[in-house]
Every structure is written in structure tokens, then in C-alpha cells.
Design a protein around this ligand. Structure first.
Ligand code: PLP
Length: 388
């Protein structure tokens, strides 16, 4: 499509993401509903957990009602609590840090490195203190962070390593699936993720005790089976809450997970087409794909602009052409809450603060067409050309 046609407003809007669903999701949901029982903890919850374990090669997957609550459970199960510090990136969704606050611990923001946008091991090392209990690295946008370097730091200082793999289900780091390197990994199935169930999350781990604690925390610390199945009151051994995933949500997750390889392959094809087209656009750095045993799953497709480009003006120009884009992420440590309640200040995380001024995530989902990719890149190129 020509630039004129795109700007004339005669083209369909291109959203940031679309959900890829199939008959499998519909069939499972109908099955779950029409069973007429076990809408809370039901057979699809078990099936989803076993399928997650098989797909990642882990001993335990415990699903929760969001990635955030899964992270809360994982941290608590690692005995992280009041008086502890947890090293987190600021270049992430705020949930990563909020989960730390939710368990009564203090998030300590470390900087990211400029290639994968994951925690910089050197910055992490410099933030380790006597109170540090854990590191929570994020695999940004679907690419593994330097997780093996971070695992070595965690080992050396005897820290828990809980991976926030919300954006990177199915991604690999040196052959290992992300989420499976640390003591525990968190996945999110929120609607824009690689595997989507609307809302939802999971803790994955090989540690039997940790998995058991997460199961307790997710359901009021109850040790005596399914509440709805028994006529007695049950036994509660620890403080927990209701972080359970409903059966109908797990039903969607099962069908999505069944198609994960296809979903990832199509995301990677879209990313490949973007990257090829963008190589001709001056001032734009596409995401790097990784090599060897790595696999990027492109939950997001995030480009970085040269400093001379006004990123917000580019985003506005795309918006005028009905093309959505978004900044993932504004630094968490500079949000009002972390500034006012935790005393965080600008100027403390130079790479994060610089990146957050220069990145922009473009529309990305498994069904983005060649024509849509063409429209996005053409509009981006025109917006940048106007600034030269
Ligand atoms: C890096 C990261 N961490 C945590 C979350 C929180 O997951 P959820 O929305 O499932 O609670 C998200 C996604 O929303 C995320 O992108």
C-alpha cells in the first residue's frame, strides 16, 4: 500500500496484538462449561499443568490466576519476605517489582544490558548486599536474558533465582527453556502472551518442596484436597489465598499450549520479515535474534531508535495511520509509586532510562500479514524521513 493510501485513512487499523484462537479453544471451553461441575478446580487445570510440565521438561507446573500471583507464590515459597531485598530489573512490567513488595520484601532495581535488555550481571553483582535474598530476572519480549551468568551469581551468593518468563514461554537460552534454569520460573498467560488464556500464570520448578508450598499458598494453605469435593471443613497449615485458575481458563490454555510450536514459528516468521524490511530503514535497530541454542519467541517486536529520532513523534505518526505501537517499558523505578514510596530517583539506571526513551514495540502477533508489515515499515520509514 502506498504511503498516501495509508495516511488517507482508508486502511484497517493495525492493533498492537491479536489473539490467535482456534476450534480447539472453543471445543474445550464448551466441554468445561457443559460438564456442569468442577468449574473451579477441574480436570483442565490438571491437564494444563501436566502439559506445561511435558512441554518444558520440568517436574512441576502449578497454575495460578495470573503471572503476578504466580510470582508472589514463587517468592513466598522461596522464603522471601520482610527484611529481604530482591534484585529486579526496572525495564519490565511493574508487576515484577510489585510481586516483591507484595511478599513484604524490598525490590532493588538493577540495570539491564543493551543487547537483550535483560538484567546486566555486573549491575546485579554491584547491588548484592547482606540482605539480598533473591534475583528475579526478566526475559524481555521473548528473548532469554543472560540467565546462566545470573545463575552463577545466585549460586555464589546463595540467592534464590526466580525467573520472570512472563513474556518468553518457549524461548530457549543455550538449549534450556527459560523458566527452567532458576529455582523456579513464572509464566503468564495474559491475553497478549505467547500462550494466552485471558488471564493466568504458572510456577514451574523441579523442586518438589517448592512446588508443594506454591500449591498450598495458591489455595488458602489447605492440605486436605479439593474443598468442593469434601463435606468436611479441611485442614489449613499455612496462610494462603485464592490464586487458583478456573477450569474454563485452563481449558483455553490447554488448547493454546497444544499449538505453541506453530504459534512461535509464526511469530518468528513475522519478526524475520520485519527485521529484513527494517534493515533498509536508517536509524532503527531491530531486536537481535540470538544464536546457537537460543530461541527468541517474539512476544513483542521492539525496535530501538537512534538518539536523533523523536520516538514519540514516530509513535504519533503511526497512530495517525491507524497503526498501534507502545513503549515497553517506562522504567518501573520512575513510576509515581516507586518514586514516592521507595525513594527511587532518575539517573540511577542509565541503560534502562536511555532505552525507555528510545524503544517502541510494533504490532506483533502470529497472523500479522506481509501487507500489514509493509504498512508498518513504510509508515515508520516515512515518519523518520520527516525528521531528517
Ligand atoms: C515481564 C512481566 N512480568 C510480569 C507480568 C505479569 O503477568 P500477569 O499480567 O499475568 O499478572 C507481565 C505481563 O503482564 C510481564 O510482561
Amino acid at each position: 500500500m502506498s504511503d498516501d493510501a495509508a495516511s488517507a485513512g482508508d486502511a484497517d487499523p493495525i492493533p498492537l496484538f491479536e489473539i490467535d484462537w482456534d476450534r480447539g479453544e472453543v471445543r474445550n471451553v464448551v466441554d468445561s462449561i457443559t460438564r456442569g461441575s468442577y468449574w473451579a478446580n477441574g480436570p483442565y487445570v490438571d491437564e494444563f499443568e501436566r502439559a506445561l510440565e511435558a512441554s518444558l521438561g520440568v517436574d512441576h507446573a502449578v497454575v495460578c490466576n495470573s503471572g503476578t500471583t504466580a510470582l508472589v507464590c514463587a517468592l513466598e515459597a522461596c522464603d522471601v519476605g520482610p527484611g529481604d531485598e530482591v534484585i529486579v530489573p526496572s525495564f519490565t512490567f511493574i508487576s515484577t517489582a510489585n510481586a516483591v513488595v507484595s511478599v513484604g520484601a524490598t525490590p532493588v532495581f538493577a540495570d539491564v544490558e543493551p543487547e537483550r535488555y535483560g538484567l546486566d550481571p555486573e549491575s546485579v553483582e554491584s547491588h548484592v548486599s547482606d540482605d539480598t535474598a533473591a534475583i528475579v530476572p526478566v526475559h524481555y519480549a521473548g528473548r532469554a536474558c543472560r540467565i546462566h551468568d545470573l545463575a552463577r551469581i545466585a549460586d555464589r551468593h546463595d540467592l534464590a533465582l526466580v525467573e520472570d518468563a512472563a513474556e518468553a514461554q518457549g524461548a530457549r537460552a543455550d538449549g534450556a527453556y527459560v523458566g527452567t534454569v532458576g529455582d523456579a520460573g513464572m509464566l503468564s498467560f495474559c491475553q497478549n502472551k505467547v500462550v494466552a488464556s485471558g488471564e493466568g500464570g504458572a510456577v514451574v520448578t523441579d523442586d518438589d518442596g517448592l512446588a508443594e508450598r506454591v500449591r498450598l499458598l495458591r489455595s488458602h494453605g489447605r492440605v486436605s484436597g479439593d474443598y468442593f469435593d469434601s463435606t468436611g471443613g479441611g485442614e489449613y497449615t499455612t496462610l494462603g489465598s485464592n490464586y487458583r485458575m478456573p477450569d474454563v481458563v485452563a481449558a483455553v490454555g490447554v488448547a493454546q499450549l497444544d499449538r505453541i510450536e506453530d504459534l512461535v514459528a509464526r511469530r518468528r516468521a513475522v519478526a524475520g520479515a520485519y527485521t529484513e524490511r527494517l534493515s533498509a530503514v536508517d536509524g532503527v535497530t531491530p531486536p537481535t535474534d540470538g544464536a546457537g541454542g537460543e530461541r527468541h519467541v517474539y512476544q513483542l517486536y521492539t525496535v530501538r531508535f537512534e538518539p536523533w529520532i523523536d520516538r514519540d513523534a514516530v509513535a504519533a505518526a503511526l497512530s495517525e495511520r491507524e497503526i498501534a505501537s507502545k513503549v515497553y517499558f517506562d522504567p518501573a523505578h520512575l513510576s509515581t509509586y516507586y518514586r514516592e514510596e521507595h525513594g527511587c530517583e532518575p539517573g540511577t539506571l542509565p541503560v534502562t532510562e536511555d532505552l525507555s526513551e528510545r524503544v517502541l514495540s510494533l504490532p506483533m502477533h502470529p497472523n500479522l500479514s506481509e501487507a500489514e508489515i509493509d504498512r508498518v515499515v513504510t509508515a515508520l520509514d516515512a515518519a523518520i524521513a520527516e525528521q531528517r
